[in-house]
Design a protein around this ligand. Sequence first.
Ligand code: HEC
Length: 208
Amino acid sequence: MRYILLVFVLSVAAVVAIAGKRGDISRQPPIELFPDMDRQPKLRPQTETRNLFWQDNLSSRLPVAGTVARNSPFELTPANTGRVPGTTNFVAINPMPITHQFLARGRDRYQISCAPCHGAVGDGKGVLSQYGMLPANLHDASVKKIVQQPDGELFHTISNGKGVMAGYASTIAIEDRWAIVAYVRVLQLSRLGALADIPAEHQAALMK
Ligand code: HEC
C-alpha cells in the first residue's frame, strides 16, 4: 500500500513521456519499433542500374513505340481530338482537305461502319433497326440537332460513341473518321439542301 503512490506517479510519467509527444514535429529520426517496409532495396524507374536482367541495364522497359502521353502534341492537334486545343469546344469545320476522293472514301467507310444501323442514306433505318435498335436519324434537324452539330462533335461521336452507340476509335482510322464526317454532311445536304444552295449556272441543268 505504501508504494501505490510511487507506482501511480511513475506510470503517469511513463504515459506522458511516451504518448505526450505524439503529434509533435521533430527533426530527429523517429524511434522505430517496427520498421515495416520503410527501407527496402528497389530500382528507380527508367534509370541505369547494374541490372543483370536486361541487356541495356535499364531498371524498367521504355514505353512501347507509339505510346502517346497526355497533353502531348497528339492531344493538342484538333484533327486527333475534334476539339479546339486547350478548350472543350468542338472544331466547327472538318480539318481535312475535302476532295472528291476523300468523300468517296467516306462513303465507302460509312457503308461498312455506319449503314448497318443508320441506314445507307442516314435515316436511321439500317437493318439493325428491325431488331430493336433505335439508331439516330442523321438528317433530323429538329429533335437531336445532328445537322447543326459542329464537325468536331460528329468526329467525337464516331470516336467515343454516345448514349447506347459504341465508339469506333479503335477500328476506324482518324482520317477515315473525318471522311465519314464529310460524307454524313453529304447525306444531310442530299435531303435538306435547297435548289438555291447550288450555283446558279448549274441549277438549270438539275431542273431538266
Ligand atoms: C451498332 C449500331 C450503330 C452503328 C454501327 C453506328 N451507330 Fe451511330 N448511333 C446508334 C444508336 C443506337 C444511336 C442513338 C444513341 C442514343 O441516342 O443513345 C446513334 C447515334 C448516333 C449519332 C447521334 C449522336 C447525338 O448527338 O445524338 C450520330 C451522329 C451517329 N450515331 C453517327 C454514327 C456514325 C457516323 C457511325 C459510323 C461510324 C455510326 N453512328 C455507327 C447506333 C449505331
